[in-house]
Design a protein around this ligand. Sequence first.
Ligand code: UGA
Length: 434
Amino acid sequence: MKIAVVGTGYVGLVTGTCFAETGNQVICVDIDERKVEKLNNGIIPIYEPGLDVLFYRNVEEGRLKFTTSLIDGIKGAEVIFLALPTPPGEDGSADLKYILKVASDLGPILSQYVVVVDKSTVPVGTAEKVRAHIAEHAQVEFDVVSNPEFLREGVAVEDFMKPDRVVIGTRSDKAKSVMNKLYAPLVRQGNPVIFMDERSAEMTKYAANAFLATKITFMNEIANLCEKVGANVDDIRRGIGTDSRIGKRFLFAGIGYGGSCFPKDVQALAKTAQEYHYDFKVLESVMTVNNLQKTKLLPQIKDYFGDDLKGKTFAIWGLAFKPYTDDIREAPALDNIKALLAEGAKVTAYDPEAMDNVRNILGTQINYAHTQYAALDDADALIIMTEWPLFRTPDFEKMNLLLKNKVIFDGRNVYELETMAEMGYTYYSIGRQA
Ligand code: UGA
């Protein structure tokens, strides 16, 4: 099939590359000339494990191309994916200006039946708006389908190629058969393609992310309570996760969820609820708790060092909002760094992938170390913000020589309590005893 993907951000680039991998002719369109030039020169603008192999193979074999021209990109396409940003507007609702602009531009240039697919996370009712914008100037028949994407950063290729499910919102049989054909190679293991109407598909995406954010937040509150009652959240996780109704995943307590999706989508769903005069109390609590959770180690740091942190130096391991990504959007590490700097402390940070992105924001306000150990040199304490595997089994002897005090504040529960105690560390973590 011939496919166009408009928007080469995270979702667009993975979608385009993976559909090229399943044998389609894919053209990705983006208005950012520098980005398209980079892509045409073989430079992938994001860090995503496994994407490079597929990208280079498909570019080389001529199935994956990039252009800034919408009209060239969509020529002959049977399916046009819209994978455009939906940033939160000032009031928290998703801003649709990019999607609706492209929809308006598409109308006059469509020359044959096409399925236009909303891949971005968009509020309920967007497919209807996209349809209306295209219809204003369209001369041909078309369908608009909502096909939300559930991939996770860091495992995006695997999630895309082996989805747990594919959700397709459309009432058009013609569009259904086009989408079925396109997804057939990805659902061969029996995972379902679930058809529904457009509004339900749009809502499904928000419900999934909001549910997962709630699940994490619930565990974070259990962890906070564990600290007070003297219980261990790791044991609670194992104790409840084996109940298949609860499930083992997304039960890891920590310093809160971040990233480009959960915070934005929970906020947008809460906004939708408000617009429809529904008081979605759970979501409001999830947002409040998560904001508090992000800096929950700070009182413990003060507990150890006293209220005055001026002149103290903290080593931070991990800046990305989670491992296997260089993404720092809504990363708890940033909140913590800002809080420490506001207290007059100094920060030396290390992250295997995300340092350039942080440097672009914080510049010389903090120091950047070349290795995880260099970050510890002369530091008063270590703070762990992201559970990169590299941090799980460090050379503790080396650490002991570098750190001024044997104290670790761990926001991701990376180490066993017993190991820390045996080595004589004062070890603060989440929902476990110090
Ligand atoms: C999330 C969803 O998992 C994807 O299904 C969805 O497609 C994507 O948002 C999106 O809407 O585009 P992602 O943001 O890449 O994916 O990252 P996750 O792996 O879901 O992690 C989100 C946050 O939750 C991270 O900050 C992570 O540290 C935190 N988390 C996750 C926990 O604190 N505890 C857990 O047990 C799991």
